[in-house]
Ligand binder design. Structure first.
Ligand SMILES: C[S@@+](CC[C@H](N)C(=O)[O-])C[C@H]1O[C@@H](n2cnc3c(N)ncnc32)[C@H](O)[C@@H]1O
Length: 237
């Protein structure tokens, strides 16, 4: 990152924190996402996490594991502008992608509307029933997805919601299905700092409590924003 790029990046991050604080004060801790997409008004440069290409940590992971969809179902959680949904579509998955922000979903449809992706406005805390795995009576209508992708949705949500967010994401994984999580990482007990709040291994252990088995764990250093990233793969037996 050049000094100019770093300045712009820092400015965008500062605006994000300002909006998050403003909406928190109003008692609407999730309201700032749609406000930010609206404020960006079609300029992806104003959305700090929008790359307009697949997340590079996920792409490297997918390339190294030879990930292929083969017609299996995939769900992208908090899909934003849809770049990772498009990548999974290109890999041969049948993709559903959702976000709380209707502005983000309209935008994603404009960019990737030609792809065979189902983009939906939905709240991960209140998803359509057929998206979730039901332990009691798994039926074709309620089985979850073969592959679930979560990138950077857990980390900006209020810490007091973290366990509930993880429970909700875990519930999207079908029997035998896989989940990949890409997130900022920190040590257990390390200060969380400012939003987005990195996840620790202790936070992530909640996926295990939801019946998901950790298959792989990568801890990498991001030179660009000088932060750790964790890339974790889970499976439901
Ligand atoms: C940091 S952004 C990451 C977006 C995208 N995954 C990416 O990596 O570009 C977090 C996304 O989660 C969405 N989000 C926040 N709360 C949500 C909720 N309760 N249900 C669904 N999406 C949510 C936001 O609107 C935002 O698009």
């Amino acid at each position: 990152m050049t000094d100019d790029e770093k300045l712009t990046y820092d400015e965008r991050r500062a605006r994000t924190r300002e909006l998050a604080a403003e909406f928190n004060e109003k008692g609407e801790p999730l309201g700032w996402f749609d406000a930010l997409y609206k404020e960006a008004a079609g300029d992806s440069g104003k959305v700090p996490w929008a790359d307009m290409e697949p997340n590079r940590f996920f792409r490297e992971w997918a390339e190294s594991t030879g990930l292929k969809g083969g017609g299996r179902s995939a769900l992208v959680v908090g899909c934003g502008l849809g770049d990772d949904a498009k990548y999974l579509d290109d890999l041969g998955f049948k993709v559903t992608a959702f976000d709380l922000s209707p502005t983000a979903i309209d935008w994603a449809k404009k960019v990737y509307g030609n792809a065979d992706i189902r983009f939906e406005t939905a709240d991960l805390f209140d998803p359509p029933r057929e998206w979730t795995w039901q332990e009691e009576k798994p039926t074709a209508a309620a089985r979850g997805f073969d592959f679930v992708l979560e990138i950077y949705t857990i980390q900006p949500l209020p810490l007091e919601m973290r366990a509930k967010v993880i429970d909700s994401i875990a519930a999207f994984v079908a029997s035998g299905g896989r989940l990949v999580v890409v997130t900022r990482g920190r040590e257990d007990g390390e200060e969380v700092g400012v939003v987005p709040w990195p996840l620790s291994r202790e936070d992530l252990s909640r996926f295990g409590e939801n019946g998901l088995i950790e298959l792989s764990f990568q801890d990498v250093w991001d030179e660009e924003d000088e932060q750790r990233r964790f890339i974790i793969e889970y499976q439901r037996n």
